[in-house]
Write a protein that binds this ligand. Structure first.
Ligand code: NAD
Ligand code: G6P
Ligand code: MN
Length: 441
């Protein structure tokens, strides 16, 4: 079997070691020759790279690893670019969360004003990586999960329409794992799902087992009582903020009894509750810096100091194996059914054709082939129209460097109560994002 060369953009990410371990665990299905790490913060990346090098030597010496801040080195001769960059890093995530909260508005990484601010930063970074990939490996595919995926997907649709970029999200996968466990299935892969929406903004409408048995009633029954919470002590639920999110899905589901919601809808449907339950001085960015970031970098430093990865607590990010499924679908034309963020083009028949929607697709060597969804109900359609307007206006504001359009985007977000509050938040965000956003006129 051909061995693939992979570039990981955002090599210094907290997710890189878990993803490399996951790739090693899948070498039989997806053989790898070389993994290249690329980051624009060479020092941050080096710690991850040095530790991963030791790890690879011990566990898969045949796989080569190199790390570089030079795009030519990092993107030359690769088959896939896996992109997980965070432009502005956690310091800017903290601003995205805290600035809106100061104005009494939801402070979240990808939803509401925080997501818009992050989007304005990410577009430049993601476009730059696409351009490097196309320059140095014109046949490669980019598997992008850099956030905010909805805005990044709209920006790449519009500004790089012919690029081979696939935008994906792991939230539906994470939720499906909880659903499966709650009804006694061993894996989400035993379920065949229908789902539609925007990224971090969607609903399951049908879930069956492989024999066609309808699993919705049993899952809904569980969600009506417990949300997506399990009693298995799953990894994500060990963190209080995720555990709360999974429980809150109960209230989100109550608004539309026949479907099952993405957990992120809570920020749009219960923004007052979310603000009231946020600590304005200590947000998720602080939790992640004190938690995942500290843990990953400490573990990497331990590996480097000891010269061995034996006994390391770094674990396989099995959750991320959907990235291998996606790469395999492209490489081996598997036509696997997966949720992807793609241009609607009539798949949702009563929704804007150019909207980037998250729907099931069959993925093969030509890319994703969206499956038809048909008509969606008025409640979801109306919410999605408002949100897609936010995302499109953000990208237009970026492209035209328009203050006015960004103000409109913020004003349109369900999370913001008035144009006045939108303007106050915008002015603070502009100040905080100097050097990251295009100058707005
Ligand atoms: P992180 O800050 O630890 O890692 C991001 C890395 O990107 C950093 O090392 C940073 O230096 C680098 N970077 C920033 N701008 C860059 C640029 N222009 N070029 C190259 N490198 C750049 O963040 P993290 O928490 O590990 O998350 C990484 C990304 O993955 C985020 O965008 C996050 O939102 C995303 N993510 C997405 C999903 C999904 O479902 N789509 C799931 C998990 C994480
Ligand atoms: C889920 C979402 C991602 C998001 C992440 C945040 O996985 O799908 O898009 O980046 O959660 O997790 P964190 O632990 O960084 O708050
Ligand atoms: Mn996501």
């Amino acid at each position: 079997m051909k061995k693939f060369n992979i570039s990981i953009a955002g090599g210094g990410s907290t997710f890189t070691p878990g993803i490399i371990l996951m790739l090693l665990d899948h070498l039989e299905d997806f053989p790898i020759d070389t993994i290249k790490l690329y980051d624009n913060d060479g020092e941050r990346q080096q710690t991850i790279a040095d530790a991963c090098e030791i790890l690879l030597k011990e566990r898969a010496p045949e796989v080569k690893l190199l790390a570089s801040t030079d795009p030519k080195v990092a993107f030359e001769n690769v088959d896939f670019v896996m992109a997980h960059i965070r432009v502005g890093k956690y310091a800017m995530r903290e601003q995205d969360e805290k600035i809106p909260l100061r104005h009494g508005v939801v402070g979240q990484e990808t939803c509401g004003p925080g997501g818009i601010a992050y989007g304005m930063r990410s577009i430049t970074g993601v476009l730059e990586i696409i351009d490097y990939m196309e320059k140095y490996s014109p046949d490669a595919w980019m598997l992008n999960y850099s956030n905010p995926a909805a805005i990044v997907a709209e920006a790449t649709r519009k500004l790089r329409p012919n690029s081979k970029i696939l935008n994906i999200c792991d939230m539906p996968i994470g939720i499906e794992e909880l659903m499966a466990s709650n009804i006694g299935l061993s894996s989400r892969k035993e379920m065949v799902v229908k789902y539609y929406g925007l990224n971090h903004f969607g609903w399951w409408t049908d879930i069956r087992d492989k024999s066609g048995k309808d699993l919705m009633p049993e899952i809904i029954k569980h969600v009506e009582q417990h949300g997506y919470a399990t009693d298995t002590g799953s990894d994500m639920e060990k963190e209080a903020s995720w555990s709360d999110t999974f429980k809150k899905a109960r209230d989100v589901q109550a608004i539309d009894k026949d479907t099952l919601p993405n957990t992120y809808l809570k920020y749009y449907l219960y923004p007052d509750y979310e603000v009231a339950h946020s600590n304005k001085e200590y947000t998720r960015a602080n939790e992640v810096m004190a938690g995942r970031e500290k843990f990953v970098f400490t573990e990497c430093e331990n590996i480097i100091n000891k010269g061995t990865a034996e006994g390391t607590e770094l674990t396989i990010d099995e959750h991320a194996s959907y990235i291998v499924d996606l790469a395999r679908a492209i490489a081996f034309n598997t036509k696997e059914r997966m949720l992807m963020i793609v241009e609607n083009k009539g798949a949702i028949s009563n929704f804007e054709p150019t909207a980037m929607v998250e729907i099931p697709c069959l993925v093969g060597s030509e890319g994703p082939e969206p499956l038809s969804v048909g008509e969606i109900p008025r409640f979801q359609k109306s919410l999605m129209e408002q949100q897609v307007g936010v995302e499109k206006l953000t990208v237009e504001a970026y492209e035209e460097q328009s203050y006015q359009k960004l103000w409109q985007a913020l004003t349109l977000s369900r999370t913001i109560p008035s144009a006045k509050v939108a303007k106050d938040i915008l002015d603070d965000l502009i100040e905080a994002n100097k050097g990251y956003w295009p100058d707005l006129k």
